[in-house]
Design a protein around this ligand. Structure first.
Ligand code: TXA
Ligand code: MG
Length: 328
């Protein structure tokens, strides 16, 4: 099992942070909390360290990683351009669950991070432990979610340990995280900003500041897939148990669906034959609990998990995206 060190989420111990930072500087992996999901971090300037992230996750080397910074200046140095839109968005939302894509400056990060692309993804996470770790390490930290590629992201330490096991030497445990789904990814390297991945920060909030953002088609099948951002892979965030979406979960559906059923529901319903997980009915609350619900139900040896789909409105875009991909 990996070493797990408990750390105060608000006032992290400098001794623990230095221990983790020393591992990062030595080219090792450290799982750490952010405001969204736990990340699997490595020195973003080292080819070998970044490669070890791909190995630990079993992640295709064509899927680029996000570079995490502790200060805006650090991000500016990693990109060759800093458009007005980047200035406006980072002033308002950093630190926070927003990732921006900009043209990459040669020599500031390993090209392995960008999977050979001429752009780089940048984010300043809103978590005292993450910010302290990046600052203390003295290098930007590349970090995808700390789970096996394609599967449900971790919002608690036990999710990380279960998914990655010995592949990660150290996990900084700051308890359950408040965000629950990943950051929103916006491409600012093109003329019109493009939404590559809906996420915790609502697209409405972003458009309020910079105007219309092009929505990259979120396809349901592999045939019409538009691979602008590799994270847009159709099947992603998936539990090991089969997941099905339904707009109307009732006893009838469950009776026909199979034997051992788990249900993720937003409306109170008495389902005697199912393991039910009642979800908050607002997008933030739902996001916070979604992955935990999937991890919990995945542990129960069920034949099928059925989730009630949330409303088709913009504020639910991030949550709906994760559910659709997890069920694909
Ligand atoms: O909330 C988050 O963003 C978490 C925490 C740990 O910060 N990280 C995360 O990383 O979700 P990951 O690797 O699971 O997702 C990174 C996303 C993927 O969709 C990837 O394709 C996209 O960002 N991405 C990274 N670099 C890119 C680039 N240069 N161009 C286009 N998309 C890029
Ligand atoms: Mg991920």
């Amino acid at each position: 099992m990996p070493r797990i060190l408990a750390v105060d989420p608000l006032v992290p111990s400098p001794i623990i942070i230095e221990e983790a930072a020393a591992l990062i500087r030595a080219g090792k992996l450290v799982a750490f909390p952010t405001e969204t999901v736990y990340g699997l971090g490595a020195d973003a300037t080292s080819d070998d360290a970044v490669r070890s992230i791909y190995t630990a996750k079993g992640r295709p080397s064509t899927n680029p990683l996000i570079v995490h910074v502790a200060e805006v200046e650090q991000a500016r140095a990693i990109a060759t351009e800093w458009p007005e839109s980047a200035q406006i968005l980072t002033e308002e939302f950093w630190p926070g669950p927003l990732t921006i894509i900009l043209p990459r400056r040669e020599g500031m990060t390993s090209s392995v991070v960008s999977a050979g692309a001429s752009t780089v993804a940048l984010r300043m996470p809103d978590h005292p432990v993450a910010l302290a770790l990046i600052a203390q390490a003295g290098v930007p930290i590349a970090a995808p979610s700390a789970n096996k590629s394609g599967h449900t992201s971790p919002t608690r330490t036990e999710h990380v340990a279960r998914s990655l096991g010995d592949a990660v030497p150290l996990i900084l445990d700051a308890g359950p995280l408040s965000g629950g789904i990943e950051s929103t990814v916006i491409d600012l390297s093109t003329n019109t900003p493009r939404l590559l991945r809906p996420g915790l920060l609502s697209i409405t909030e972003i458009e309020r500041l910079i105007g219309p953002v092009e929505r990259v088609v979120i396809s349901a099948g592999p045939s019409d897939e538009l691979l602008t951002s590799p994270g847009q892979l159709t099947r992603h965030y998936a539990p090991y148990t089969r997941l099905m979406l339904s707009s109307n979960i009732d006893a009838d559906l469950l009776a026909h669906a199979g034997q051992k059923i788990g249900a993720i529901v937003m409306h109170p319903i008495d389902l005697a034959d199912a393991v039910t997980h009642a979800m908050p009915t607002n997008p933030d609350g739902y996001a916070r609990e979604l992955y935990h619900a999937l991890h919990e139900l995945d542990q129960q040896g069920l034949d099928l998990i059925i989730a009630e789909v949330p409303p088709e409105t913009d504020e639910w875009l991030g949550v709906r995206d994760r559910l659709k991909r997890a069920a694909a």
